[in-house]
Write a protein that binds this ligand. Structure first.
Ligand SMILES: [Zn+2]
Length: 683
């Protein structure tokens, strides 16, 4: 019975027997009050290349169950029971089987209503009434999930799904499947025993590499919390990671002053140099990473060969580690074999393994965690939840290896940097719904940005990450133009690791090749007290906006290119030499850096004008500030035109030269500022 009598292969004769049994069972069940709803079990048969969904209790079971060549990979919501009257607002769902196509097909399409014995072209035979689903023509009821039908012509396979990654509009194409119908709304899976989705909730967190982050939305599986799509941020046993309560504060909340300053633009004073934060907590001591291939710590599969890596897969990982080692201060040391591990007993080990993951291609803890075996886990399942075939193509991509190893070294996602909105646009409208996708695109407010924003970073998600419609990107440049998916780390990625580790390693640090620092120093400020009144002191502040791609946005606290400093000068001493410094990071060879400067005295005046009387300065003053452009190639500095463009005639001086901007006209100087701009190696 078990091996042959599955609905998918029922002959008409067997079908008759089955229906009779069902009828008898129905009477018994009705007498005992049949269940109102039934779970939808989703099975996959790799030999038939067939997706099969049913509420038939004979196909119930735990995830991973095998039956007649099929594996149970998901429990996708519930239908109202076929053994009870259809509730208002629902329509019936029927299942069909085509033995030539070897295809199970379940649908609420009225054209596929039927009864036992019915046949429909090309060769589908009626199997059963599966239950009732909320009508797709009506608004979606609460506590339901949309069900979509997909068809793959090459595979002759119909696929019925509630998976968020398979939601979307009619016509969407993914992995050779074509979305052709919204079937209706199934009830959400009822409890953990019938729901394969891990628990998700918001947690309080303090992580040395996530300064300023007090809570994360995480999926919890095997006592571990997975945030941002693929980053393991801790275990529930870790006392730092506790369910979120609004009053709880992280011990790291003042880790980076930049975070606090960003959140309050009126906070004058304090430097927010992007290099201010150099955590050593969360990094691998001395830049040395002992590593191995072994089974995953959380889910030992010692006896299952399918979870072990092939030589080709191991070589792919070794090649990636060699490349990282060749370009960074990191020293990877392979600890091979159990005996060596036993004898050399490194205190901490980064371990590469395969595991059954919920969705990501790989997951990694963020930075050094301090546990003995710290796993980078790669997905061993295909998209139907089936174990991938070990003997075919490598199951891991180089991109996934580099991306996860960079997480393990301490790198966060590029698209979650605090300055991401100055560089990219996230199209939330095209993202699959739900908090997990949204959380993966959250900005990490206080995260240190030790390199300039890098569109080519391996730490960017792909341009269509979490897309509802994969023909439209979810991540673009600010101007809407396309980004590509990096398959290996960029020079800036490597610089980032070197900058992160260079103070904690003994050995030689490779040169920083792609990143330069631009520093604007305010050397002198002059502000005569023009009222000549009773003031005893004059307060100043300088506000500098600096970088390569900022937009001047007064009052916008989200703009972390704005830095402010303040000082006081006594009445009798109108000139001060504050030597205030403001820095930003540029890509080497980047043609233009920009800066703007405001100095204000307590009269509330704010503007800078140049001494050159041949130019009408009013033309250059835009909302009380003056912009300068720094040409990193010619080392020349220009006054920007009001539209932000640069004009070679407006040459102010060279990099390193003191440049003076004066307010007022000759004979009536009302204040001046002298500054220098330098471009140099990252400090
Ligand atoms: Zn990631």
């Amino acid at each position: 019975m078990e091996s042959k009598a599955q609905p998918a292969k029922l002959t008409p004769k067997l079908l008759f027997v089955f229906l009779t049994l069902t009828f008898l069972a129905t009477e018994v069940c009705l007498a005992q009050s049949a269940a109102e709803t039934l779970a939808i079990y989703q099975w996959w048969n790799p030999e038939r290349i067939d997706n099969f969904s049913t509420t038939d209790p004979r196909w119930a079971g735990e995830l991973g169950k095998k039956q007649s060549g099929y594996s149970l990979f998901h429990i996708g919501g519930r239908l109202w029971s076929p053994e009870r009257p259809a509730p208002a607002g629902t329509i019936p769902v029927y299942s069909w089987w085509d033995s030539q196509r070897q295809d199970n097909f379940m649908t609420s399409d009225p054209r596929w209503h039927g009864q036992p014995g019915d046949r429909k072209p090309p060769n589908y035979g009626f199997v059963r009434l599966e239950g009732y689903i909320a009508d797709p023509a009506m608004p979606q009821p609460e506590n339901t999930v949309p069900v979509y039908s997909w068809w793959n012509k090459t595979r002759s396979d119909n696929y019925w799904t509630t998976a968020p990654g398979w939601a979307g509009n009619i016509g969407r194409i993914q992995d050779g499947y074509h979305l052709f119908r919204l079937e209706g709304y199934a009830l959400k899976a009822r409890d953990s025993s019938t729901n394969s989705a891990p628990e998700s909730r918001r947690l309080s967190i303090s992580h040395p590499l996530l300064p300023g982050v007090e809570t994360v939305y995480a999926q919890i599986a095997d006592d571990e919390a997975l945030a941002y799509g693929d980053v393991l941020v801790g275990t529930m046993a870790d006392s730092k990671l506790v369910p979120f309560t609004p009053t709880r504060y992280s011990q790291y909340r003042n880790f980076n002053n930049c975070g606090a300053q960003n959140s309050n633009n009126s906070d004058i004073g304090g430097s927010c140099n992007s290099l201010a934060t150099k955590p050593s907590a969360g990094l691998w001591s001395g830049g040395i990473v002992n590593w191995s291939f072994d089974n995953c710590r959380a889910n030992r599969r010692d006896l299952d060969l399918r979870f072990s890596m092939t030589n080709e897969e191991k070589e792919r990982i070794r090649a990636a580690l060699n490349n990282i080692e060749a370009n960074t201060v990191i020293d990877f040391r392979e600890i091979s074999g159990r005996d060596e591990r036993a004898f050399r007993t490194p205190e901490h080990l980064l371990n590469f393994c395969f595991d059954e993951l919920d969705s990501a291609a790989g997951v990694s803890p963020l930075g050094f965690t301090g546990v003995r075996d710290q796993d980078i886990r790669f997905q061993v399942l295909d998209r139907f939840g089936n174990l991938r075939n070990r003997s075919t193509i490598p199951r891991i991509s180089s991109r996934a290896i580099y991306h996860e190893v960079f997480h393990a070294l301490g790198a966060i996602h590029e698209h979650q940097r605090p300055d991401r909105d100055l560089n990219i646009r996230v199209n939330f409208d095209n993202m699959v719904s739900g908090p997990i996708a949204r959380a993966a695109m959250e900005v990490i407010p206080g995260a240190s940005t030790i390199t300039p924003y890098d569109f080519g970073s391996i730490m960017h998600y792909s341009p269509t990450a979490f897309a509802r419609d994969e023909s439209t990107p979810t991540i673009t440049r600010r101007d809407g133009s396309a980004l590509s998916t990096a398959t290996r780390p960029s020079a800036v990625d490597y610089d980032g690791i070197n900058l992160l580790y260079r103070d904690i390693v003994d050995g030689e640090v490779p040169p920083i090749t792609a990143v330069r620092q631009m520093t604007l120093t305010i050397n002198e400020v002059e502000s005569p007290d023009e009222d000549g009144g009773a003031k005893t002191a004059i307060d100043f502040y300088a506000k500098v906006e600096i970088g390569s791609n900022w937009n001047w946005r007064p009052g916008d606290g989200a703009n972390d290119t704005q830095h402010k400093k303040s000082g006081t000068v006594e009445e009798d001493d109108n000139i001060i030499h504050p030597n205030w410094q403001f820095s930003t990071l540029l890509l080497a060879g980047q043609p233009l850096g920009k800066a703007s400067v405001i100095i204000r005295d307590d009269d509330g005046l704010s503007s800078n004008e140049r001494t050159d009387q041949t130019v009408d300065i009013a033309e250059y003053v835009n909302q009380g500030h003056v912009e300068i452009l720094v040409d990193g190639n010619s080392n020349r500095i220009y006054l920007a035109m009001p539209n932000g463009e640069f004009d070679a005639d407006e040459y102010l001086g060279d990099i390193g030269d003191p440049i003076q901007l004066t307010r007022g006209t000759e004979g009536e100087i009302r204040g001046s500022i002298t500054f220098t701009v330098d471009i140099h190696e990252v400090e």
